[in-house]
Design a protein around this ligand. Structure first.
Ligand code: CU
Ligand code: ZN
Length: 191
């Protein structure tokens, strides 16, 4: 009985001695994983690839870059009519509906009225308008102090058929959704 107990105790000690270094290396790995996911939450470069909704041809790539005091939004959207087109971050990163309505309304975490990005108060998703040239290509590069990179990650980006009048509630009367994309985490662009 005594020897069995001794055997049990010593093997337990042996076991814990063997386990000790392994346990700490597992902890190290877990810590690394945590750091990686924290880095993703504070992504410095997001990207949205815009695809046309059914019957439309709006497409392009939009970059969101964390800069001092806000977010720089740049890119190009082609396949739209010349002139102004409402351009918003919508609540859901869901472009599954043929007409893009699955993306929900404008992303509005503060529960305020629709407006333009220059207004004192507006939806976080209110990026205003992009302007297409005679070839139907809009090229833009604008700064948005109120946009939060972490909060917009995984949400939708919509290009509209009409101009956002920056006044009408709750959408700026920007009309149909011509293109839809999902804002996702991207690698830093190579300089
Ligand atoms: Cu919109
Ligand atoms: Zn809005």
């Amino acid at each position: 009985m005594k020897s069995i107990l001794f055997y049990a105790l010593s093997s337990l000690l042996l076991l814990s001695a063997c386990m000790a270094p392994e346990t700490s290396s597992v902890e190290e790995v877990e810590e690394e994983v945590t750091h990686t996911s924290m880095a993703s939450e504070a992504a410095v470069h997001l990207i949205a690839v815009v695809h046309p909704t059914e019957g439309n041809s709006a497409s392009g790539v939009v970059h969101f870059d964390a800069v001092e005091g806000g977010v720089q939004v740049s890119g190009e959207i082609a396949g739209i009519s010349p002139g102004l087109h409402g351009f918003h971050i919508h609540q859901y990163g869901d472009c599954s509906a043929a007409n893009g309505t699955s993306a929900g309304g404008h992303y509005n975490p503060s529960g305020v009225d629709h407006a333009g990005p220059e207004a004192e108060v507006s939806h976080m998703g209110d990026l205003g308008n992009i302007e297409a040239n005679a070839e139907g290509i809009a090229t833009f590069d604008a700064f948005f102090p109120a946009v939060d990179m972490g909060m917009i990650t995984g949400r939708g980006l919509i290009v509209h058929a009409s101009e956002d009048d920056l006044v009408s509630q709750p959408t700026g009367a920007a009309g149909a959704r011509l293109g839809c994309g999902v804002i996702g985490v991207a690698a830093m662009p190579a300089e």
